[in-house]
Design a protein around this ligand. Structure first.
Ligand SMILES: *[C@@H]1O[C@H](CO)[C@@H](O)[C@H](O)[C@H]1NC(C)=O
Length: 341
């Protein structure tokens, strides 16, 4: 019995050791996040972030994240992490976002940038590898963006993915696998999945390239190119900026993450960032963070809603008393007015 347990334990250790965490941020050390995150000063009108768990939360400390503080502003802040390549490996990008102010128009997405991006100068035009997350505007736009940069072009997801529009914290997960399949999850549930080539219409790009090369008699070159594309697409999504230009050598530099340019109503909270090569690690991290606080967060919101209803009722009753009184006053004035005519 005891002997059987040992190999099992060994397997568990191996499993943990296999996960590589490129970036993880839970904002659990007070104001020290300011040493890790660099606000962009490219535009003096960029809004400021603060650390907050908001008006309602599951856990006052654990739910603290970066919160937008000013309305109708764009926001740009980034954190650097060690450079990595996801070549031949799965890439998982995950974070939580909460629009507790009931967002009417604004993004809540993140971007992964090339290593040589100037953090202080980060702006809406800074080139990125991946953009991922919800975007809400009016009744029309309630979508999860997954934009991939490949061969100097941005490719948006062909299938539209609906985001959450309520005021609770939601867990967003993007998984890109080396077999060119993907998964988009919200709150741990897969809501879209399939082939990266097909759902980003990259197949047509590949064929076009091949066709044009063949027309010019570069058969073998075209074949090499498309193989090259398959091999290096994922690699390009988060590692060397030089990959983007089709070169495979070059120095690795740190990549980074941006808080979105962000519009309209402030109050959004970003938290529990994770970039890893391990789906299971991401799932467990999601459960340990969002999974633990989502229930209590809803409870606190329900309690506050009840209190608001009670308060509104009390105010209504006061208004009715006031209303009767001012009504008498009006009729008295009317009578007085007629007398004067
Ligand atoms: C902001 O970034 C753009 C593009 O990189 C640059 O042209 C501009 O000078 C920057 N503005 C400031 C104030 O640094």
């Amino acid at each position: 019995m005891a002997a059987a347990r040992v190999p099992l334990w060994a397997v568990c250790v191996l499993r943990v050791a296999l996960a590589t965490v490129y970036f993880q941020e839970e904002f659990l050390d007070g104001e020290r996040w300011r040493n890790r995150w660099v606000p962009s000063t490219n535009d003096s009108q960029f809004g400021h972030f603060r650390l907050s768990s908001g008006n309602f939360y599951g856990h006052k400390e654990k739910d603290k994240g970066l919160q937008t503080t000013q309305n109708s502003r764009f926001y740009a802040i980034s954190a650097r992490f060690k450079p990595f390549s996801n070549k031949g490996k799965t890439l998982v990008v995950q974070y939580t976002v909460k629009h507790e102010q009931k967002m009417d128009c604004g993004g809540g997405y993140i971007k992964l940038f090339p290593a040589d991006t100037d953090q202080k100068n980060l702006n809406g035009k800074s080139q990125y590898y991946i953009m991922f997350g919800p975007d809400i505007c009016g009744f029309d736009i309630k979508t999860v963006h997954v934009i991939l940069h490949f061969k100097n072009q941005y490719h948006a997801n062909k299938k539209s993915i609906r985001c959450k529009v309520d005021s609770f914290t939601h867990l967003y997960t993007l998984i890109l696998r080396p077999d060119l399949t993907y998964d988009v999850k919200i709150d741990g549930q897969s809501i879209e999945s399939g082939s990266i080539e097909y759902d980003w219409q990259l197949t047509s790009l590949k064929n076009m390239e091949k066709a044009s090369a063949e027309a010019e008699g570069w058969d073998q070159a075209a074949k090499d190119k498309s193989q090259d594309w398959e091999k290096h697409f994922l690699d390009a999504s988060a590692s060397k900026p030089s990959d983007w230009k089709g070169e495979l050598d070059g120095d690795w530099q740190a990549a980074m993450l941006q808080k979105p340019p962000y519009q309209v109503r402030s109050g959004t909270i970003f938290d529990n960032f994770l970039i890893t090569d391990d789906e299971e690690y991401a799932e467990n991290f999601g459960k340990a963070t969002w999974g633990e606080t989502k229930g209590p967060e809803k409870e606190m919101d329900a309690i506050q809603a009840k209190e608001e209803v009670k308060k509104a009722q009390e105010e209504d009753e006061d208004d009715m008393l006031m209303g009767r009184f001012s009504g008498r006053e009006n009729s008295f004035k009317g009578f007085h007015g007629r007398n004067e005519l």
